[in-house]
Design a protein around this ligand. Structure first.
Ligand SMILES: *Cc1c(COP(=O)(O)O)cnc(C)c1O
Length: 356
């Protein structure tokens, strides 16, 4: 049976990426060697790095004055690198979920942190609006897509201080006005590549404003000056990331992805609303994530939760169990997930409804 992979991360990747990576594991660029056993400084791999870099810039229309980096340590390392490099006295954070809270916690090691707003009071089921950002904050940090709670900020905010965003789980899902950000980062394993690499898009002249010395490996400048080759980069995930970027371009880029993602999300949210067994956990329509669609059983059907989970698994669905902090279900509908998989889930929900 065909598997429909709704996993939140690591998650589905384009078949193109998986095939090309499998081929390169056996024979990389005609070298007769595996991509896992060549030097990262060989010209073949240098070309991979350069092309991945150029494609990120092309797909997101990154303006000049920005650098693209591929670093180890995942998004969680960025929770520490961001304040290390940007927080001189005070930073502002919007607390919209587990990952945002973790980012905020790390920043506290470096200075004063103002939580401008939080949706914790309602288990992060909405995106706070109408908050004030202190004008003397060194930067304002947001998590554009809250992978666990299924909320998303889908517009590029206009703010009065440098804007920094964790886009781990919605990068390349829509066009982004990069010029509005001082830095964008994320782990690759949601929408880009296998785990092991983080991407960073950093505005060069936003750096250099902190007084503290920064250890070499944690300094963005080190990686900018060495084109992400200061130390051995995660070669295989970067190779895979390049394949996904090539695929994205062939599919029509981020505008086309946004169109498909809106369509997929519409299909699933409409069914959740129509189906008497289910309801969404995100109250405002405009806050609903296009990437991670969270839903639970309606009160009167709560006891059917496990049965539906097993029914879905028996119908080929993978990874739809909700995160323990929300419960219920979460269908992650990343770029690589075909509409066909969403329709298969909807069909399973309808069939299950007919039984009750
Ligand atoms: C998964 C995730 C992270 C953590 O990424 P790691 O690469 O595992 O450190 C951070 N932020 C968001 C929004 C995520 O979805």
């Amino acid at each position: 049976m065909k598997k429909h992979n709704f996993s939140a991360g690591p998650s589905i990747l384009p078949e193109f990426t998986i095939k090309k990576t499998a081929e390169a594991v056996l024979d990389f660029a005609g070298t007769g060697l595996s991509v896992m056993e060549v030097s990262h400084r060989d010209k073949e791999f240098m070309a991979v790095m350069a092309q991945a870099n150029a494609l990120v810039k092309e797909l997101l229309e990154v303006p000049s004055g920005y650098e693209v980096l591929f670093l180890g340590g995942g998004a969680s390392m960025q929770f520490c690198m961001v304040p290390y490099n940007f927080l001189n006295k005070k930073a502002a954070y919007l607390n919209t979920g587990t990952w945002a809270s973790k980012a905020l916690k790390e920043a506290k090691f470096f200075g004063e942190v103002v939580e401008v707003a939080s949706s914790k009071d309602e288990n992060f089921c909405y995106i706070p609006k109408n908050y004030e950002i202190p004008s003397d904050a060194d930067y304002f940090h947001i998590t554009t897509n809250n992978t666990i709670f299924g909320t998303e900020i889908r517009t590029d905010l206009d703010v009065n201080v440098p804007l920094i965003a964790d886009m781990s789980s919605d990068i390349f899902s829509r066009p982004v006005d990069v010029s509005k950000y001082a830095l964008i980062y994320g782990g690759a394993q949601k929408n880009l590549a296998p785990a092991g690499v983080a991407f960073v898009i950093v505005k060069e002249d936003a750096l250099g404003k902190v007084d503290r010395p920064i250890p070499t490996m944690l300094n963005y400048r080190t990686h900018m000056e060495n084109e992400s080759m200061f130390n051995t980069p995660p070669v295989l995930p970067i190779f895979s990331a390049l394949q996904t970027l090539i695929w994205l371009k062939e599919q029509g880029g981020v505008k086309e992805m946004e169109k498909r993602n809106i369509r997929k999300a519409d299909i699933l949210y409409s069914e959740i609303e129509r189906n008497k067994l289910f309801k969404t956990t995100v109250k405002n329509v405009e806050d609903r994530s296009l990437m991670n669609i969270c839903f639970v059983m309606n009160e009167e059907y709560k006891e059917l939760e496990n049965e539906f989970k097993n029914f879905a698994i028996a119908n080929g669905m993978v990874g739809i169990k909700g995160h323990r902090s929300v419960g219920g279900f979460r269908a992650s509908t990343y770029n690589a997930l075909p509409e066909e998989s969403v329709k298969a889930l909807v069909a399973a929900m309808q069939e299950f409804e007919r039984k009750y």
